[in-house]
Design a binder for this molecule. Structure first.
Ligand code: PLP
Length: 256
């Protein structure tokens, strides 16, 4: 900015206020989602506070992040490292925690270590080893989930369900890492199949795996499962974390 421009400009507000129309929309959607989570909990005798909501902001601009936070959301998720790092720089009125929910390459380990509350997508030993090295170097303990490809869908990341317990056992012993649970991404339902009926057995399978793991290792307790199309089924099947984008923010802009 030139000296002349500086003279005439007012001091820039350090924190742009949330766009009022967007804030209304997001607050309403959030209230609806929380109500749906609470009712799904009610059907299973669960306490709604046992389900954490992670708002996935990928493909949405900074003002969407501000509107979520102004509505009371404190946990945000991204599936690409670059987009997450730039969103971490957004000025927000309260501290938030970030979740990395996407595919992670080992050479990006240092971008997430110590910066995110939870890495949701550890699905192989080599990645866990890279995270462990970085965590030791940074002198932090990084919390993470093991991602399981419960539907054995070649298009989805995650370890084979038959290998999940072995991978949990291995990763939890690596220095600097704390395995806190399991996560999954489901295969896309066939066009003629009800989304919820499709999802339920996969969620139930992930829960069984978590239950087995937890009997050996009590800290392996979280179940991150359920997205906008199927989160109520996930909650009925035991999800402790749901990851929602569209239900809170509407459709995303196209990304390459
Ligand atoms: C995009 C994304 C979500 C949210 O998806 P919606 O269907 O928009 O709710 C959840 N988890 C992961 C890993 C994602 O990439």
């Amino acid at each position: 900015m030139s000296a002349g421009a500086e003279q005439h400009s007012r001091p820039a507000p350090t924190m742009p206020a949330a766009d009022p129309e967007l804030l209304t929309m997001v607050s309403n959607r959030l209230a609806t989602v929380r109500g749906r989570i609470a009712r799904a909990c009610g059907r299973r005798g669960r306490d709604p506070r046992s389900v954490r909501l992670v708002a996935v902001t990928k493909g949405h601009p900074a003002r969407a992040v501000r509107a979520l936070v102004a509505s009371g959301v404190t946990e945000l998720g991204e599936n690409r490292v670059g987009e997450m790092l730039s969103k971490m720089d957004i000025d927000l009125p309260v501290p938030v925690s970030w979740h990395f929910v996407g595919r992670l390459q080992s050479n990006k380990a240092r971008d997430v270590i110590g910066r995110v509350a939870l890495v949701h997508s550890v699905d192989r030993r080599s990645l866990a080893e890279a995270l462990s090295r970085r965590a030791q170097r940074a002198e932090v303990v990084q919390r993470m989930l093991i991602q399981v490809n419960v539907g054995r869908d070649p298009a989805k990341a995650g370890c084979d369900p038959d290998d999940a317990l072995e991978l949990v056992g291995l990763v939890r012993q690596l220095p600097g890492l704390a395995v806190e649970g399991l996560t999954t991404m489901l295969p896309r339902p066939p066009a003629d199949r009800d989304v919820r009926a499709h999802a339920r057995p996969f969620f139930a399978r992930l829960r069984e795996l978590r239950d087995t793991a937890r009997t050996r290792w009590p800290e392996v307790s979280d179940l991150s499962m359920g997205m906008s199309a199927d989160f109520e089924v996930a909650v009925e099947e035991g999800a402790t974390i749901v990851r929602l984008g569209t239900a809170l923010l509407g459709p995303r802009s196209e990304r390459p």
